[in-house]
Design a protein around this ligand. Structure first.
Ligand SMILES: Nc1ncnc2c1ncn2[C@@H]1O[C@H](COP(=O)(O)OP(=O)(O)OP(=O)(O)O)[C@@H](O)[C@H]1O
Ligand SMILES: [Mg+2]
Length: 195
């Protein structure tokens, strides 16, 4: 059976899990959350004290994901995680959606989730400097990667956009988003790049 494997990528707190879970329902898919997968199968190789995150074992994680993709009975698989492109073997990836959110809105979302200090500025900087997009493009062919601006969008609207791209009704685009320019134009760049 030909499997459709969709990656949902984006800066921490951007809205990956919210979108990935809804898409999973729409497509009756198998859902993989990378953080949960790493925890459940003990796929980490240590803990980064400074960054307060586990260091994942990419080789073991890749092997586990391959096993799940091959063995699952469903034809659609949704994989949710900011580093999904580096642990899902490229030959299985159908499309990778990099979710983007205006940093002004993202900062508010992060604060609501009690992010503060270095972690907040580090993640905000990643979003402003397109880190997830660049990392994804370093792993996958460009034609598999689509950026979706989810700023101020309802979940339903984002899902419809993703479904339209999957069914070739809408174009998959990258490179249209420029948060740096937007912040510069507004004259507030120094308020957002504080790391
Ligand atoms: N389209 C949306 N509109 C408004 N709020 C949203 C939207 N999508 C997600 N949120 C809210 O943003 C917060 C973060 O969402 P979510 O947990 O989906 O992000 P995430 O990218 O999976 O985060 P993490 O990287 O920590 O796993 C949640 O409080 C969620 O309710
Ligand atoms: Mg999540």
């Amino acid at each position: 059976m030909k499997k459709t494997v969709i990656l949902i990528i984006g800066t921490p707190s951007i809205g990956k899990t919210t979108i990935a879970r809804e898409l999973t329902k729409k497509l009756s898919a198998c859902y993989i959350n990378l953080s949960s997968l790493v925890y459940t199968y003990n796929l980490s190789q240590g803990y980064d004290e400074t960054r307060k995150t586990s260091i994942i074992d990419e080789k073991k994680t890749r092997k586990k994901i391959k096993e799940i993709i091959i063995s699952t009975k469903t034809s659609n698989i949704i994989i949710d995680g900011h580093y999904a492109a580096s642990v899902v073997p490229e030959e299985y990836v159908t499309k990778a959606f990099v979710l983007r959110r205006n940093p002004i809105e993202l900062k508010k979302l992060m604060e609501k989730r009690h992010f503060h200090g270095n972690k907040l500025w580090e993640n905000l900087e990643s979003e402003i400097l397109d880190v997830c997009l660049i990392d994804t493009l370093s792993e996958l062919e460009e034609n598999k990667v689509c950026e979706i601006d989810i700023t101020s969008k309802a979940v339903k609207e984002v899902i419809n956009h993703i479904l339209s791209i999957i069914s070739n009704k809408k174009e998959c685009q990258i490179g249209k988003i420029d948060w740096l320019k937007m912040l510069e134009t507004k004259g507030i760049i120094d308020d957002y790049l504080k790391k």
